[in-house]
Design a protein around this ligand. Sequence first.
Ligand SMILES: CC(C)(COP(=O)(O)OP(=O)(O)OC[C@H]1O[C@@H](n2cnc3c(N)ncnc32)[C@H](O)[C@@H]1OP(=O)(O)O)[C@@H](O)C(=O)NCCC(=O)NCCS
Length: 173
Amino acid sequence: MFIDLDADRLLLKCISYDDAEFLYKEFSNEDVNRYLYGAEPCTSVNEAKQWIDFYLEQVPRNQHRWIIVLKSTGESIGTCGFHCWNKETGEVEMGYDLFPTYWRQGYATEALEQIIEYAKIIMYVKKIYAHISIDNIPSIKTILKQGFVKTEESYYEEFHGKKYLHDVYEKLL
Ligand SMILES: CC(C)(COP(=O)(O)OP(=O)(O)OC[C@H]1O[C@@H](n2cnc3c(N)ncnc32)[C@H](O)[C@@H]1OP(=O)(O)O)[C@@H](O)C(=O)NCCC(=O)NCCS
């Protein structure tokens, strides 16, 4: 049920094992990982392949990831997608990241518009959640631009012995 998506400047390509090197580059980058307290940085291409295993589990599955490709050059510049999809309630969580070279050029906005529309029309999602560290201003701005609102739910994510406050944002579709 998951397909490649076409945006203005971007192609959102369903993840495959060919993306392992890019995934390693992306998630071993200090700036990309700065506020991603839920997971350790990726340490090898082999580990990236194990992450891809998760996104390629047989359908029906509760997660999917697209690789964000810049049409003009064919370069992979980031990823976005969904996890914890509850088909009964129509709720899902969204994640997204871009390699720092490509920040602040409207690419996340363009990619998220596509996958939110996909969630609504194809996945029949009713509510999307985003869990964001309160310090991750770029992510908060990005999600507010998509019409998400802050819920009353917040929680601490513990990482390397420290606790980081996160807010939960939601968007009704
Ligand atoms: C979050 C992230 C994907 C944003 O990507 P991006 O392509 O730079 O975002 P956009 O260019 O589409 O910008 C979206 C909005 O956020 C704002 N924004 C982005 N970065 C910002 C920053 N550093 N400071 C202030 N505002 C920022 C933009 O100005 C824009 O709002 P505007 O159009 O009203 O000006 C990117 O910063 C990233 O990959 N971060 C690391 C991974 C991460 O933290 N992912 C989210 C986990 S919850």
